[in-house]
Design a protein around this ligand. Structure first.
Ligand SMILES: [Zn+2]
Length: 117
């Protein structure tokens, strides 16, 4: 009888500890800092994957709000290959007296693209 009581108490104690551990780590996990610019998008994101129209709509909203700005020449919003942000790209103007062009290079993956100016 006394042993059953001790086992019962241990069960409650261990259960409490496990519950605390789960709650503690869940709280930490859910407390991830979301960057300020991503909050409007996170609020609008659906629990299930958005379809193409919804994704385009969200993307256009962010362009309208000035949160995303496609490159004026290349029209990209990130490196087309590795998705590195535009501010990381290197640009070079090339050409002669007749023809000018712009080269965009990604230092991270080596992606390179040329556009006439
Ligand atoms: Zn890249």
């Amino acid at each position: 009888m006394k042993l059953n009581f001790i086992i019962g108490m241990l069960g409650i104690l261990i259960g409490g500890i496990i519950t605390w551990i789960i709650a503690h780590f869940y709280y930490k996990k859910s407390n991830v800092d979301i960057p300020e610019w991503a909050k409007p998008l996170m609020k609008k994101l659906l629990k299930i994957a958005p379809n193409k129209e919804e994704l385009i709509s969200l993307f256009q909203d962010m362009i309208n709000d000035g949160l995303i700005e496609p490159h004026s020449v290349f029209k990209h919003v990130a490196c087309p290959n590795c998705k590195s942000p535009l501010e990381n790209m290197k640009y070079r103007v090339v050409g002669d007296n007749l023809h000018d062009g712009l080269i965009m290079e990604c230092p991270k993956c080596g992606y390179s693209e040329f556009a006439d100016l």
